[in-house]
Design a protein around this ligand. Structure first.
Ligand SMILES: CC(=O)N[C@H]1[C@@H](OP(=O)(O)OP(=O)(O)OC[C@H]2O[C@@H](n3ccc(=O)[nH]c3=O)[C@H](O)[C@@H]2O)O[C@H](CO)[C@@H](O)[C@@H]1O[C@H](C)C(=O)N[C@@H](C)C(=O)N[C@H](CCC(=O)N[C@@H](CCC[C@@H](N)C(=O)O)C(=O)O)C(=O)O
Ligand SMILES: Nc1ncnc2c1ncn2[C@@H]1O[C@H](COP(=O)(O)OP(=O)(O)OP(=O)(O)O)[C@@H](O)[C@H]1O
Ligand SMILES: C[C@@H](N)C(=O)N[C@H](C)C(=O)O
Length: 457
């Protein structure tokens, strides 16, 4: 971006500490002093710590102006300070101003699972024909979405923005901020169900993404989810569905999941598609991306090529090489019951290497509320001793799955380890894993499987 401070002040209804700063040029907006480059407007946010305490660090890194919450004592500095009531709200207001100034088409993506992957697929498809800016990583909340918008280049034609939520009302706020031209809902699972109680309420919260969908906008959603079909029925805007049931607008079929890719066909053409991720769930994500690509008149053959070579964000079913030579399927970004079941079935379909074993490492799935223990036990349905040779379960909630598996399978049938301490898990894995093994790692973000991964890479 490139904006003068005077324009920014007007956009957020703020005032300067000194008019002489009005022509200071801003090319970056950043809330973290550790990430600042230069010509940045620093936005001090209040979290566990107070960002206002890092103004000196921000200036040392190249910040040339700062917002300042007016309930904090003004800094006595010869430096542009723009006072505001709330720095996060001001950043959101500035993002909305900048979005209107650049005026790209906006594709907003949400869903219990698959947001980041589907966002990456859509961005790869639209990049074939447009200047695209997309959410980096998983920056998908009330901080991440405005931050993503403010990172956009002035020549952006399409913004592909991921929107996450874990409470009602959050997606309505983000929908109002971006006013999507296209809204995508990948699926409804159990992510964060602790804060909703039922999948119905999760679906209602996800549908908030359409609260500010443009009148001539489009909703693309998973038509295999009855909750979404029911909620979408009353929407006035155009709707398109994707899925595997015949009553969808685009139907995936003839799915083959291999080690490094999955292939499928659709009812849209005779073309065979291939994506560099495994599992039917990723085919579902690709179907959504095909619909969005076609909506923006990208040729099907071009869409196909883009999907074949798209790069997924790390820790999403990413194959890595372990230090013993084993193949590790890294799916550690997050976990919840539907995602875990989907990945377990995809992993079980990956052929063992010669003389090698299939090993799974599952860590607790968090934010599932009082049914958390039952959700963990239910994963036993997706673990078959004929397909899985070693099972490592990590975390207190995984005790429920361990108990269920012991109930189902005699010890000699299934090598099962339930471990509470991460250090012990690492040691046992190091003792167990051999060169020709394939290993799946999956668990909630807060279980920090990244440390386990780092120890065996
Ligand atoms: C508040 C904040 O900005 N935190 C970011 C900060 O973490 P840190 O621990 O440093 O924050 P503090 O609270 O200690 O510090 C307060 C501020 O001070 C700044 N600061 C600190 C130290 C310093 O030396 N200099 C500083 O300037 C600091 O930046 C704070 O602003 O830094 C981390 C590393 O950069 C950031 O990761 C952290 O960001 C928080 C987590 C955040 O929300 N970031 C968004 C950009 C984001 O989108 N993060 C996503 C995860 C989003 C997510 O979980 N989504 C959910 C669904 C949505 C739920 C929503 N309600 C929610 O709670 O998020 C999902 O399921 O996907 C990501 O990181 O991937
Ligand atoms: N459509 C889907 N249905 C079920 N599980 C999925 C689907 N897409 C992805 N997953 C699983 O969820 C994991 C996370 O995928 P991704 O990061 O794309 O989802 P997300 O919605 O962005 O997650 P988060 O809410 O944690 O940000 C994947 O590695 C895979 O295991
Ligand atoms: C960070 C938060 N939105 C989230 O993803 N929680 C999961 C369940 C976790 O932290 O593991």
């Amino acid at each position: 971006m490139k904006m003068m401070l005077s324009e920014i002040a007007r956009a957020i209804g703020s005032k300067f500490n000194n008019e002489k700063y009005k022509d200071v040029e801003i090319t970056e907006v950043q809330f973290d002093s550790r990430q600042i480059t230069e010509h940045a407007l620093f936005v001090p946010l209040i979290g566990e710590r107070d960002g206002h305490d890092f103004l000196d660090a921000a200036r040392a890194s190249g910040a040339c102006a700062t917002l300042w919450q007016n309930d904090h004592e003004l800094p006595q500095v010869k430096f542009p300070v723009l006072e505001v009531d709330d720095t996060l709200s001001a950043m959101q207001l500035l993002a909305k101003y900048y979005l209107n100034k650049v005026n790209p088409k906006v594709v907003a993506v949400t869903g219990s699972n698959g947001k980041t992957t589907t966002k990456d697929m859509i961005a790869a498809v639209l990049l074939q024909e447009f200047n695209v800016h997309a959410t980096q990583g998983n920056f998908n909340n009330e901080i991440g979405v405005p931050f993503t918008i403010l990172q956009m280049k002035m020549n952006t034609e399409v913004l592909v923005v991921e929107m996450g939520m874990d409470r009602p009302g959050q997606l309505a706020l983000l929908s109002e901020l971006v006013e999507p031209d296209v809204a995508v809902i990948t699926m409804i699972g159990e992510a964060h169900i602790e804060f909703f109680g039922t999948r119905d309420r999760i679906a209602q919260a996800k549908m908030e993404i359409t609260s500010h969908l443009k009148e001539d906008g489009l909703l693309v959603y998973n038509g295999d989810e009855p909750l979404l079909r029911n909620l979408a029925a009353s929407l006035s805007q155009e709707k398109l569905t994707f899925g595997f049931n015949e009553d969808n607008d685009i139907v995936g079929s003839d799915i083959h999941s291999y080690k490094y890719h999955a292939s499928f066909i659709t009812n849209a053409s005779d073309d065979k598609f291939s994506i560099p991720l495994i599992g039917g769930h990723n085919v579902s994500n690709a179907l959504a991306a095909i619909l969005v690509g076609e909506h923006y008149h990208v040729q099907l053959a071009t869409i196909n090529r883009a999907l074949q070579k798209f790069k997924a964000t790390e820790n999403r079913m990413e194959w890595r090489k372990g230090d013993a030579g084993e193949d590790i399927l890294d799916d550690i970004y997050n976990s919840n019951p539907t995602a875990a079941a989907a990945v377990l079935n995809s992993f079980a379909a990956v052929p063992r290497r010669k003389n090698g074993q299939r090993i799974i490492v599952l860590a607790d799935m968090l934010e599932l509320g009082e049914r958390g223990p039952a959700f963990h036990a239910q994963l036993a349905a997706d673990i078959n001793p004929a397909e899985i040779d070693e099972v490592f379960l990590y975390g207190t909630l995984m005790e429920n799955l361990a108990a269920k598996l012991k109930e189902k399978f005699a010890p000699e049938k299934l090598h099962l380890f339930h471990i509470d301490q991460q250090a012990q898990l690492i040691n046992q894995l190091k003792d167990t894993i051999h060169t020709d093994d394939i290993v799946l790692l999956k668990g909630s973000h807060s279980m920090n499987l990244d440390r386990v991964l780092a120890a065996i890479l």
